[in-house]
Design a protein around this ligand. Structure first.
Ligand code: B12
Ligand code: SF4
Length: 432
């Protein structure tokens, strides 16, 4: 089949990521013998025009549309990304009868809401490779796909999601296609504005239970890691084949499990790459041997998801680690010369003036290179925060959370944002 795959992400907040997910779907589709055309709208000056032109040229039998971001997750400067996407879908519908299949991280959180908002029929929830191929096979054979695992369907007034059969990755799918979606366009070094960054994934899944987080919903709760040599080979290929100098790992828990992380770092170090990389670091699994191995393998910095410096808030968010873990992680990383970016997620359940002060004091004491601050927590369906927000009447039963919705503790809601804006302005390295 002729398959057109579109990455619609045009968000330039934070770092601008290579469209890794749809690049995975592209290589799986090509391997299965489909003719694939790729369209990355990040760099387009007129996305609708460019998309329509591509459809006329390529005449796809099926269109895959990846939705990474729904909004910018910023309570005080909220941007909702779906209205321009609706225009794009309308233009596609006017041009072709080819089925339009949705997928991606944002879509997987809100499958039925996205189908409704965009007035479409079908999408793939979670891991895309296998389900999308099976859907293509059934479309090609005019076969029924109503009960295909991993599909969300909306038709004739009914809508439903078929749970995925099981998660198949890793190792069973080919590495992402970085030619069709051209990774060379994502080759800035840190500090570039915006910073277009290449990326790589070694593991999927997270077994933790932080109350606000969608990762276990998107990727599943079981941590599944690829073979260290395969990941190191892919990293080496980014440097050798595409000239990439800097990479971010997308794994949510890069330092877990410890044995795997050590093996992976050893494999990467053995390739003697000049490329440098950055990853996440969870304070709960902090071990000096891991930090040393990371540095030896070319890691230059860590995103440390501490979120708070108050024991009470850490516990309310179910972070499963304490201040002691945070102190140890940041101190050890700094001793080893790794750059550190700590995160503060403020205004969640139980936040008050004292807990806020504890967080600020801890960050001032540890002095990481950057503190990234978020005020107000985005409420997502299926997360414990949703239940809590309902109980506290911060949201209404049945409220459509597709439209950016946040939890902000009433006790701090009137002053915390202006206070933090001023605080960050007065502290270099603090970003709100
Ligand atoms: C890593 C990450 C980042 C890194 C990216 C670094 C980099 N260079 O890649 C950083 C920290 C920079 C970042 C920034 C942001 N992020 Co972010 N990020 C993630 C994370 C953890 C992983 C994304 C990823 O690359 N996964 C790996 C790839 C392989 O998986 P995938 O894209 O999901 O693709 C698979 C499936 O979805 C599916 N699929 C994908 N496309 C398609 C298409 C079709 C047709 C089909 C069938 C299937 C399919 O198949 C793929 C392979 O199995 C996700 C959460 C998550 N677990 O998904 C959040 C996530 C995507 N981010 C999110 C957000 C909001 C942001 C920011 C806006 C935050 C901010 N204000 O700064 C920015 C936006 C950046 C930008 N310009 O786009 C939200 C999006 C939801 C929302 N509310 O919009 C998520 C879901 C986290 C969350 N809160 O739930 N992010
Ligand atoms: S915040 Fe991090 S550790 Fe917690 S559930 Fe999400 S990905 Fe896992």
């Amino acid at each position: 089949m002729r398959v057109l795959l579109i990455s619609e992400n045009r968000c330039r907040e934070n770092l601008v990521p290579f469209p890794l997910g749809i690049a995975c779907v592209a290589s799986a589709s090509r391997n299965a013998g489909h003719e694939v055309s790729a369209l990355d709208l990040m760099f387009s000056s007129d996305p609708v025009k460019e998309t329509v032109e591509r459809v006329r040229e390529f005449r796809p039998h099926c269109i895959g549309l990846s939705i990474r971001n729904i909004d910018n997750q910023d309570m005080f400067n909220s941007e909702f990304y779906l209205p321009p996407l609706r225009e794009l879908v309308r233009a596609l519908r006017a041009e072709t009868d080819a089925p339009i299949v949705l997928g991606g991280a944002g879509f997987s959180i809100f499958p039925l809401q996205c189908l409704e908002y965009l007035d479409l029929e079908v999408g793939v929830v979670g891991e895309g490779e296998r389900t999308f191929l099976e859907l293509l096979r059934r479309l090609e054979n005019n076969a029924n796909f109503d009960s295909l695992p991993g599909l969300a369907i909306r038709r004739e007034g009914r809508s439903w999601v078929n749970p995925p059969a099981h998660y198949a990755w890793p190792g069973s799918f080919p590495p992402p296609d970085r030619e069709l979606f051209d990774v060379r366009r994502y080759n800035s070094l840190p500090g570039g504005t915006p910073a277009y960054t290449a990326n790589l994934q070694a593991r999927r899944g997270c077994h933790m239970r932080c109350i606000y987080c969608t990762n276990p919903v998107i990727e599943g709760k079981a941590v599944r890691a690829r073979s260290p040599s395969e990941v190191a080979e892919e990293l080496a290929g980014l440097e050798a084949d595409h000239g990439i100098r800097y990479v971010i790992f997308t794994d949510s828990l890069f330092n877990y499990p410890q044995g795997y992380t050590l093996d992976l770092c050893r494999e990467i170090a053995s390739r003697e790459l000049s490329l440098r990389w950055w990853c996440t670091f969870n304070p709960l699994f902090c071990d000096p041997s891991v930090l040393e191995a990371l540095r030896e393998a070319g890691c230059v910095g860590l995103s440390i998801g501490n979120e708070s410096g108050s024991e009470e808030i850490l516990s309310a968010l179910r972070k499963d680690f304490t201040r002691r873990h945070v102190v140890r992680s940041v101190s050890l990383a700094k001793e080893l010369g790794l750059r550190t970016n700590c995160f503060l997620l403020l205004g969640g359940p139980g936040e008050n003036e004292r807990t806020l002060r504890e967080s600020l004091d801890l960050m001032l004491e540890l002095a990481p290179d950057q503190v990234t601050v978020t005020v107000g927590i985005r409420v997502y369906p299926g997360c414990e925060l949703e239940t809590l927000a309902l109980k506290r009447r911060a949201i209404e039963p049945g409220q459509n959370l597709l439209y950016p919705t946040f939890y902000l503790e009433p006790e701090v809601s009137s002053w915390i944002y202006p206070f933090m804006r001023e605080f960050c302005a007065g502290h270099p390295g603090w970003v709100l």
